[in-house]
Design a protein around this ligand. Structure first.
Ligand SMILES: *Cc1c(COP(=O)(O)O)cnc(C)c1O
Length: 393
């Protein structure tokens, strides 16, 4: 029994590769090679050298003393916010750019919604001197001007998606069209544990460095490699997949996935994908997604752009359906309050995505001896304007 992927590319009933025929050769090339490439010692060496000297890993596992005292439990923060570019996303883009090079690809495409994945992709393309094209909805380009500027400074070309609702879904369609037209020289860097197999597994393996470090860091600090709980926010699910990875099959370690309830789970303005989702196909995999009774994808809403995604990766759909992970939905207001609390009590300004995970302590009681590791997926610099408006600062 495993909660990890099976050899057909499924987590339980979720996953697979539901793609147009024309995309099959690209995805199949990746599927046949990704595990082989990742197993090469030279690949591992280069990956880990960059994680160390470029990203700044290992990220600290920090005992939050004042927060622990307040909630009467032992709270550790896994400081992905301290990574280069300010979040966990760089772990994956470093891995995939090395994969692209091994597969002989010299042109990189990506899609981005809030722009964070676009920036992480543009960063590694600059690092490796590869061409970078980022598709982004026209509406998102207007909403996320600072990230568009960052991508341009890093040398990327940002191409507006002008069709449909002109947001993430449309940018994804453009990226897929590009990949179909450029199958030989182009690699498509997907930014979370979503998309057709092998993407969810490949991204989870690159992000698994997070739980690998948690194990030895906790061993040093607490004399055990196992926390009682691991808590992470879930948009597509990559920071949670990384934080959970090495604990997936160890049920002594309880997993808590935190989704964005927006203005309330049943308000019609939410991104609580697992709780509200029905089985369906999105971005090439079978998973849980928010949809109308006739199968139209529902627009998600969250105050944090990174959690504003209508689906969830297949690993998380399975963790939800099987009950392996507990799913908690946190509203905008509660997340913002928890974020500000971390500022005041620990001197750390978190990304609003991560603030959702921190809000778990107001919603669930832990025992004094429990060790609770929270994935602090990113830093809050990018969210300053939202904090200012929310609190009238
Ligand atoms: C993108 C992002 C997320 C959500 O993405 P996942 O794939 O679910 O991890 C969470 N936190 C931060 C800081 C992000 O930038």
């Amino acid at each position: 029994m495993t909660y990890n992927i099976n050899n057909k590319g499924y987590y339980g009933e979720f996953g697979g590769a539901y793609i147009p025929e024309m995309l099959y050769p690209n995805v199949e090339e990746l599927r046949q090679n990704y595990l082989k490439v990742m197993a090469e010692p030279e690949f591992q060496e280069e990956f880990h050298a960059l994680l160390k000297d470029y990203v700044g890993r290992p990220s600290p596992l920090y005992f939050a003393k004042r927060l622990s005292a307040k909630y009467n439990t032992k709270i550790y923060l896994k400081r992905e916010d301290l990574n280069h570019t300010g979040a966990h996303k760089i772990n994956n883009t470093i891995g995939q750019i090395l994969m692209a090079k091994r597969l002989g690809k010299n042109r990189i495409i990506a899609e981005t919604g809030a722009g964070q994945h676009g920036v992480a992709t543009a960063t590694v393309c600059a690092l490796m001197g590869l061409e970078c094209i980022v598709y982004m909805g026209e509406i998102d380009i207007a909403r996320q001007a600072p990230n568009v500027a960052r991508m341009k400074m890093l040398g990327a070309t940002v191409v507006p998606a002008l069709s449909g609702s002109r947001t993430l879904k449309d940018a994804t369609n453009e990226a897929i069209r590009d990949w179909i037209n450029n199958p030989v020289d182009t690699h498509y860097i997907i930014g979370s544990v979503v998309g057709p197999h092998p993407y969810p597994d490949m991204v989870a393996r690159f992000q698994a460095i997070v739980s690998e470090e948690i194990q030895w860091q906790l061993q040093e600090k607490e004399g055990t490699s196992k926390p009682d709980y691991v808590v992470a926010c879930v948009g597509g699910g990559s920071n949670a997949a990384g934080a959970f990875y090495h604990f997936l099959d160890d049920t002594d370690v309880k997993l808590i996935a935190v989704e964005a309830a927006g203005k309330g789970v049943h308000s019609g303005e939410s991104a609580a994908t697992s709780i509200l989702g029905k089985e369906g196909i999105i971005h090439g995999s079978k998973t849980l997604l928010m949809q109308t009774p006739d199968g139209q994808i529902t627009e998600p809403y969250s105050i944090s752009a990174g959690l504003d995604y209508p689906g969830v990766g297949p690993m998380h759909a399975h963790l939800y359906k099987s009950g392996r992970a507990e799913f908690v939905a946190i509203t905008d207001d509660d997340a913002m309050t928890a974020g500000l609390e971390l500022c005041k009590m620990e001197g750390i300004i978190p990304a609003i995505e991560s603030s959702h995970a921190l809000a778990v302590f107001e919603h669930k009681k832990f025992k004094p001896e429990d060790i609770v590791v929270v994935s602090l997926s990113g830093r809050g610099d990018k969210d300053l304007e939202t904090y200012i408006q929310h609190f009238g600062l």
